[in-house]
Design a protein around this ligand. Structure first.
Ligand code: CMC
Length: 396
C-alpha cells in the first residue's frame, strides 16, 4: 500500500486530535470535557452542556446567563426564510427540509463570516444552536399544513421547541414540565459523540474552509441515514412492521441473524460500544419509568412498547447478539420515549439533529482554531482497469 494504510469504514483510524469528548467503548464510558455523561444528564441543562462543549469549562452563573441570553435573542429566523419552507413539497420529510433550510442560512450569513476568526465562529455557533429549534419545529408545522409559531423567548430552550411544535392559534398551550425535562435530558445525551459519521462529515466538509451553515447541513444529511441518527425512526417502523405482520418476533430475530438477509434489528449494535451504550443505560431507566407510570395510554403505542420490551429481552439473551456485543443503543430507547411523549415519528431524527448541532459546531470550531489543521483528503485503493486507449464511438 505504499505510504498509506487501507481502513474501510475507518475501523481503526483516528482522524484528528480532540479535547471535546472521551469515549471508551469497552468500558461503556462517555465524557464531555471530562464530565461523565451520567452526571450531566442528571444535573446539567442542555444549554449549560452546550456552553461546556463549546468553551471547554462549565459556566459560572453570569456566563450561563449571558450565554442563554445570546441564544434567546437569536432564535428568530429571517422572515424571508419562510418562503423557503413554502418551496418544499407539502409532505416533505422534516429532515429533508432541515438539510435545505440550514444550508440556506449560508446565503444570509456568508460575506461577513470569517472561519478563521474565533469571534465569528462563536457567532455562527450561537446562531445555529438558537435557530435549530425554530427550523425544526417549522419543518414539522409545514409538513402538517399548520401555521408557523414564533419563538417565545421567556421559555427554556426545550419548552420553546415544544411550544413551537404544538401551540395552536386558538388555544393556549402549556408545556408539560415533565416533557420539558425529559426532552432537555435527551438533548444532553445526544450533544456530542466524538468522530461518528455525521461529525466526521462536518469536519471533512469544514476542512475546505466552507461556510459553517453549509457544513452543518452536510452533518444533518449524514445523520439522516438509518444506520446513524435515522435509527430512532427506523426502530418504530420495525416494531410496527412486526406487529402488523402477525408473525412471531422470533421470525424477525432469525432474519436479523441470517447473513443473506440485509434486515437488522434497528436500535441494536454500535461501532464503538462493545459493552453497553451508557446513554442507552440512562434513557432505558426513563423508558421503564414511563412504562411504570402508564405514560403510554394510546393502545397502539402500548402494543409497540410491549413488542419492544419483548425484543429487548430476547436479544439480550440470544447467543448471536450476546456473542457480538449487540446491545440496545440510544436510538432504541429514545424512539420509544419520543413515542410516549407524543412526538411525531418523522421528527425523531430531527430531535437527534437538534441535540447534536452543538457537538458538530464545537468539533468544527476546534478544527478551525487549530493552526495545524489540514484539508481532509483520504486516499483509495484503485481496483479499476489498467491504462487502455480510447476507442472511437463507431468502433465500440
Ligand atoms: N442486527 C443484527 N445483526 C447485527 C446488527 C443488528 N442491528 N448490528 C450488527 N450486526 C452483526 C453484523 O451482521 C455482524 O455480524 P457478523 O460478524 O456475523 O458478520 C456483526 O454484528 C458486526 O456488525 P458490523 O456491521 O461489522 O458493525 P458496524 O460497527 O459496522 O455497525 C451499526 C454498527 C450501528 C451500523 C450496526 O450495528 C447497525 O446497523 N445497527 C442497526 C442500526 C442502528 O441502530 N444504528 C444506530 C447506532 S447508535 C446511534 C448513533 O450513533 O447514530
Amino acid at each position: 500500500l505504499g505510504y498509506f494504510t487501507y481502513d474501510p469504514g475507518f475501523m481503526s483510524t483516528a482522524s484528528c486530535e480532540s479535547k471535546i469528548t472521551y469515549l471508551d467503548g469497552d468500558k461503556g464510558i462517555l465524557e464531555y470535557r471530562g464530565y461523565p455523561i451520567e452526571q450531566l444528564a442528571e444535573e446539567s441543562s442542555f444549554l449549560e452542556t452546550c456552553y461546556l462543549l463549546l468553551n471547554g469549562e462549565l459556566p459560572n452563573e453570569k456566563e450561563l446567563e449571558e450565554f442563554e441570553e445570546s441564544i434567546r435573542t437569536r432564535s428568530m429566523l429571517q422572515e424571508q426564510l419562510k418562503t423557503f419552507f413554502l418551496g418544499f413539497r407539502r409532505d416533505a420529510h422534516p429532515m429533508a427540509t432541515m438539510v435545505g433550510v440550514v444550508g440556506a442560512l449560508s446565503s444570509f450569513y456568508h460575506e461577513d463570516e470569517d472561519v478563521h476568526s474565533q469571534e465569528d465562529r462563536m457567532d455562527a455557533a450561537h446562531r445555529l444552536i438558537a435557530k435549530m429549534p425554530t427550523i425544526a419545529a417549522w419543518s414539522y408545522r409545514y409538513s402538517k399544513g399548520m401555521p408557523f409559531v414564533y419563538p417565545k423567548n421567556s421559555l427554556s430552550y426545550s419548552a420553546n421547541f415544544l411550544h413551537m411544535m404544538f401551540s395552536m392559534p386558538s388555544e393556549p398551550y402549556t408545556v408539560d414540565p415533565l416533557m420539558e425535562k425529559a426532552l432537555d435530558m435527551i438533548l444532553v445525551l445526544h450533544a456530542d459523540h466524538e468522530q461518528n459519521a455525521s461529525t466526521s462529515t462536518v469536519r471533512l466538509a469544514g476542512s475546505s474552509e466552507a461556510n459553517p451553515f453549509a457544513v452543518i447541513a452536510a452533518g444533518i444529511a449524514s445523520l439522516w441515514g438509518p444506520s446513524h441518527g435515522g435509527a430512532n425512526e427506523a426502530v418504530i417502523q420495525m416494531l410496527t412492521e412486526i406487529n402488523e405482520s402477525g408473525k412471531p418476533i422470533s421470525d424477525f430475530i432469525d432474519r436479523a441473524k441470517d447473513p443473506k438477509d440485509r434486515f437488522r434489528l434497528m436500535g441494536f449494535g454500535h461501532r464503538v460500544y462493545k459493552n453497553y451504550d451508557p446513554r442507552a443505560k440512562i434513557i432505558r431507566k426513563t423508558c421503564h419509568e414511563m412504562i411504570a407510570e402508564n405514560t403510554f395510554s394510546n393502545p397502539e403505542h402500548k402494543k409497540l412498547l410491549e413488542t419492544a420490551m419483548e425484543l429487548e429481552k430476547i436479544a439480550l439473551e440470544d447467543e448471536y447478539f450476546v456473542s457480538r456485543n449487540l446491545y440496545p443503543n440510544v436510538d432504541f430507547y429514545s424512539g420509544i420515549i419520543f413515542l410516549g411523549m407524543g412526538i411525531p415519528l418523522n421528527m425523531f431524527t430531527v430531535l437527534f439533529a437538534l441535540g447534536r448541532t452543538v457537538g458538530w459546531i464545537s468539533q468544527w470550531n476546534e478544527m478551525m482554531g487549530d493552526p495545524g489543521s489540514k484539508i481532509g483528503r483520504p486516499r483509495q485503493l484503485y481496483t479499476g482497469e489498467d491504462k487502455r486507449d480510447y476507442v472511437k464511438i463507431d468502433k465500440r
